[in-house]
Ligand binder design. Structure first.
Ligand code: GLU
Length: 481
């Protein structure tokens, strides 16, 4: 059993969900649970994200038996450190005739794509270098043309695999593209690295999200090409928003760091996630991880997309406060949440100049602890801008910060100033509503220091609330006209 998160962003609730079901299955059957970091996307993968994914899973108690930090017999556990292994395996397929070099340039492929779209066909690779003669291959290599390695998908027949939850899934081979296995920079694609590593790491059950099911036929064919025994495949239903769409941060907080910063109990989050598409034989809602493991079977999974709802998770958390934890344990939780030492220490430089005695502290810092801050549309309206413009600009700004990896004050200041300039807003018109949105106040310590300490999840929430307030203002503005 394994999870293979890609460290390209905040730790996602979906990663915890899949980790939980892998871990439960491993614990139930005495198997090992492996954490493999799938960091083949060199540009988007960041060590900070890897660290945060690991910290969040640990926070939830979803511990792994093998992984980059604890080691194990199948390491290394970061795909970026296994490049050589992936390359060797691509070469093996090349030698056995199951793969080939494709020299097509980006321009060529773009043109192909454009033509196909124009003809209203599904864009796909047309196999143009699948059957090059050795002389042509040698000539291209001599020219020094870069190439990728593609797998030679059979052009006829059907690939069938069994999904343990769905039964047989089949696809006509001619519908499957000749997948790139090795990119021209020598890095493997997800498909090659995933299959090779699952095999070499002795993974017997691939338990992953439904969104990968369309990749599985390629994986199954790869197992056959290598002559390896296939693992069992279990594709878990996707978590969904209330309206049935795939869970997204626009509708729901999806970052595990968000739950931690709101003061959720890890065991309540785990309990809630256990009930996503799974239920206890007696349908009870509150149960421990050990109870989950004891009762765990895949037969109890239902495939109707489970709805993730933060309100419902809060209700479960409240149940833990009132019915599961005793007073001592509840007190311990509160203490560690409110008096989080790292957070308190970060506030020291911000309050030192402004305090004469200890009791001044709470009044000065209350918005660091208060979750949402109440704002009315009129609180944030800049004189020279409409509510509509404010809503749109704040929305773009919130999106920008979501993509911002470096959340230090200096980095935030830089991207914010650039943003304001690009939007052609007066600095004052932007910074005042921003300060109020983020702190609920007109005056605060240096804004970017504040934002760094508040942290991404809370800043995101407050900005989204401000967007909502500005939209409300725009509505009223419209009516008054
Ligand atoms: N790297 C993939 C992810 O981020 C892993 C998918 C799989 O488990 O095969 O989810």
């Amino acid at each position: 059993m394994r999870i293979g998160p890609s460290p390209t962003g905040e730790p996602h609730v979906g990663t915890a969900y899949i980790a939980l079901f892998n871990l439960a299955f491993a614990r139930k059957h005495g198997g090992k649970f492996v954490l493999r970091i799938e960091d083949t996307d060199q540009e988007r993968s960041k060590p900070e994200w890897e660290a945060q994914i690991m910290a969040s899973l640990k926070w939830l108690g979803l511990d792994w038996d093998e992984g980059p930090d604890v080691g194990g017999p199948h390491g290394p556990y970061r795909q970026s450190e296994r490049q050589q292994i992936h390359r060797e395996h691509a070469m093996k397929l090349l030698e056995s005739g199951h793969a080939y070099r494709c020299f097509a340039t980006k321009e060529e492929l773009d043109a192909l794509r454009a033509e196909q779209i124009e003809r209203k066909e599904t864009p796909r690779y047309d196999g143009r270098h699948r059957d090059l003669s050795q002389a042509q291959i040698d000539a291209f290599i001599a020219e020094g043309r870069p190439f990728v390695i593609r797998m030679k998908m059979p052009t006829d027949g059907t690939t069938v695999f069994r999904d343990e939850l769905r039964g047989d899934v089949s696809i006509e081979n001619e519908q499957v593209d000749d997948q790139i296995l090795l990119k021209s920079d020598g890095f493997p694609t997800y498909h090659l690295a995933n299959v090779v590593d699952d095999h070499l790491m002795g993974i017997t059950h691939v338990i992953r999200a439904e969104e990968w099911i369309s990749s599985t036929p390629k994986h199954v064919v790869l197992y056959e090409m290598f002559g390896w025994e296939k693992p069992k495949f279990i594709h878990m239903p996707l978590l969904r928003n209330e309206n049935g769409s795939k869970i997204s941060k626009r509708k729901n907080p999806v970052s595990l760091m968000d739950y931690k910063s709101r003061g959720f109990l890890p065991q309540a989050v785990v309990n809630y996630l256990s009930r996503m598409g799974w239920s206890m034989p007696d349908e009870r809602e509150i149960f421990s991880f050990d109870d989950f493991v004891e009762n765990f079977t895949f037969e109890r999974i239902s495939l109707g997309g489970p709805k993730f709802d933060i309100e419902k998770m809060s209700w479960v958390n409240g149940k833990y406060y009132r019915e599961v934890l005793d007073e001592q344990a509840f007190g311990d939780h509160l203490l560690s949440y409110v008096f989080d030492e790292a957070r308190l220490r970060a506030l020291v430089p911000l309050v030192r100049e402004r305090m004469d005695k200890g009791e001044d502290f709470i009044g000065l810092t209350e918005y660091f602890f208060s979750g949402d801050v109440e704002i009315q549309p009129d609180d944030i309206k800049p004189k020279k801008q409409t509510f509509k413009a404010l809503a749109q600009t704040f929305e773009r700004y919130a999106d920008l910060l979501d993509r911002q990896d470096d959340y230090s004050p200096a980095a935030l200041e830089e991207v914010t100033r650039e943003f304001v300039e690009k939007e052609e807003w007066k600095t004052r018109d932007f910074f005042m509503p921003l300060r109020i949105a983020v702190t609920g106040r007109k005056a605060s310590p240096p804004l970017f220091d504040v934002m760094t300490i508040l942290g991404r999840p809370l800043v995101r929430r407050r900005l989204r609330n401000a967007v909502a307030a500005a939209k409300l203002g725009a509505k009223q503005e419209g009516k008054n006209k």
